[in-house]
Design a protein around this ligand. Structure first.
Ligand code: MCA
Ligand code: AMP
Length: 496
């Protein structure tokens, strides 16, 4: 009976799956831990039968134990942002109907008050394993079952939970392994957050599927990454454009011999990938000058997995995301839902295929609206030029991409309106060299009230994840509105 889809995660595989600090964990050791943890989760039951188990742990052995443990026991994992604010965590946990939250004592997160309020259990992975009883048979693995709920922000005021099945994970991972030629000899750093597909699928799952080694870091540490790269630790590197900007800045600040060592470390890797947001052509160019690496830019979304990619062999074109990946269908559509077949004519990217998600958790309406004739509507506008897709922007101004995170302007506005000084709020994204876009807020204030950016940021702390907090604030007498009374955000963008 198949217990897992991950072929490398098995007894007897002494290959190194994870390096975390000084600790090296073999696939065999990880497998035993995952099985033991699945037994703990099951307790007296035979199957978790789709119970939602949240995971609030950064990259490392405990995260993998929890994720695969939930999968083996037949549950649905709900990976959450370790840096999320309490109201956000409360929303995710209640929306997903999670029954428990897995944590790691190595990286404590203050979740207990939220769990108490919701009446759910928070459990440290090690504690749970220490209390584990006798091994018991694990349920049969079913590809059609939901594996994860991944929350993503969008055009609605609250994030939606994308339901991703084991079948979709299988399709996403095997497609990328083939397209980007992953092998067990690969070694990759993992510093991206593990509540989004970029970290979960493109890095962690591809590596663990094929028996490669993951260097897990709880968060981005540019200095350490560069030292490790100089020491030849990695063969593959995957990041959002902001990380490449930060690496370039750091490398440029180094002395000449240090700079050479780091650049040579990157040069010797077999693949450097950029995605989650548009990679500016000057970043592509500078990275190539420094390291000789032509960044492989690809395009994807939480709902679709990776959809479009520049080639492994062949031309990697700056400013373009390439062609549809094997097994994925991508097509541009016009506003009347007609396919755009001509090069140079823009349309919305729609995606179909085995890697596409099931729908939004307990949100039939949003699910229905997000598909048209079986195609998932990404909301991204693109053109095809000489066979390659070029992303032009998004159909909604209310989506902001900052450092690879997709943020909802409406969600941020909703929180800002709770501020006692704010009467009206409009949030937009402004272009930024490091972050792609930054969050900017225009507000009008209640009579006699005052507000500055520092005060607003302080107020936002604990109410929203820090990366959502506005980095620009404009206090206005009135917001620019059209005849219907709607805020004219493009005009606001000009004003800011
Ligand atoms: C951190 N800060 C940010 C962001 N990240 N501000 C705006 N946007 C951000 N993304 C702020 C912090 O609040 C803090 O502000 C200051 O920057 C330093 O924070 P720190 O945590 O030290 O920053 P960092 O470690 O350098 O983080 C930058 C980062 C991170 C590594 C680029 O943002 C990140 O991991 N982004 C990737 C997210 C991701 O994986 N997205 C994939 C989703 P202050 O100083 O004021 O306190 S898209 C996806 O999954 C699809 C499928 C796809 O296509 O990939
Ligand atoms: P998320 O919902 O967080 O998974 O973000 C998905 C969105 O990220 C897509 O709909 C795009 O808007 C954006 N995105 C991902 N990769 C790229 C890329 N290479 N270039 C431009 N935008 C991208």
């Amino acid at each position: 009976m198949i217990k897992t889809a991950f072929p490398a995660l098995r007894r007897g595989n002494q290959g190194i799956a994870l390096i975390e600090g000084d600790a090296r964990h073999s696939y065999a050791a990880l497998e035993s831990r995952v099985e033991a943890f699945a037994c703990v989760l099951l307790g007296q039951r035979d199957h978790l039968a789709g119970e939602r188990v949240a995971i609030l742990i950064p990259a490392g052995r405990d995260y993998v134990t929890a994720l695969h443990g939930v999968w083996r026991a037949g549950g649905i994992a709900v990976p959450l942002n370790v840096a999320a604010a309490r109201p956000e965590l409360e929303y995710y946990l209640s929306k997903a109907g999670a029954s428990r939250v897995m944590t790691s004592r190595k990286h404590p997160v203050a979740i207990d008050p939220v769990c108490r309020r919701l009446g759910i259990e928070a459990r440290d992975v090690d504690d749970a394993l220490e209390a584990s009883g006798k091994p018991r048979p694990l349920p049969a693995f079913e590809f059609s079952r939901p594996a994860m709920i991944v929350f993503t922000s969008g055009t609605t005021s609250q994030p939606k939970g994308a339901v991703i099945t084991h079948k979709a994970i299988h399709a996403q991972v095997t497609t990328l392994i083939e397209a980007w030629r992953w092998t067990r000899n690969d070694s990759v750093p993992l510093f991206l957050p593990l509540h989004h597909l970029h970290g979960i699928i493109n890095v962690l799952s591809c590596a663990l599927w094929c028996g490669a080694t993951v260097h897990a870091m709880p968060k981005l540490d540019v200095v350490r990454l560069c030292e490790q790269a100089a020491g030849g630790a990695f063969s593959v590197f995957m990041a959002v454009p902001t990380v490449y900007v930060k690496l370039i800045e750091h490398i440029e600040s180094l002395s000449s011999p240090q700079r050479k060592a780091v650049c040579d470390g990157f040069r010797e890797m077999r693949l450097n990938v950029s995605g989650s947001a548009a990679c500016p052509a000057h970043v592509f160019g500078r990275w190539k000058e420094l390291t000789g690496q032509a960044l492989l830019e690809r395009y994807g979304a939480t709902e679709t997995g990776m959809a479009i990619s520049n080639p492994y062999d062949g031309e990697r074109r700056a400013g373009f995301v390439g062609r549809a990946l094997p097994g994925v269908s991508a097509q541009l559509f016009d506003e009347n839902d007609r396919p755009v077949r001509k090069e140079g004519v823009s349309g919305e990217i729609r995606v179909r295929g085995k890697s596409v998600f099931e729908g939004y958790w307990k949100d039939e309406r949003a699910t229905r609206e997000s598909f048209r004739h079986g195609w998932f509507r990404t909301g991204d506008i693109a053109v095809i030029e000489d066979g390659y897709y070029r992303i032009l922007g998004r159909s909604s101004i209310d989506i902001i991409k900052s450092g690879g995170y997709k943020l909802s302007a409406l969600e941020i506005e909703g929180v800002l309106l709770e501020h006692e000084a704010i009467r009206e709020a409009a949030v937009i994204g402004l272009s930024d060299d490091t972050w792609g876009e930054i969050v900017a807020a225009a507000v009008t204030l209640k009579d006699g009230a005052s507000l500055d950016l520092a005060g607003l940021k302080e107020w936002c702390a604990g109410r929203m994840s820090a990366y959502k907090a506005p980095r620009r604030l404009k206090v206005m007498q009135q917001l620019p509105r059209n005849a219907m009374g709607k805020v004219v955000k493009p005009a606001l963008r000009e004003l800011l």
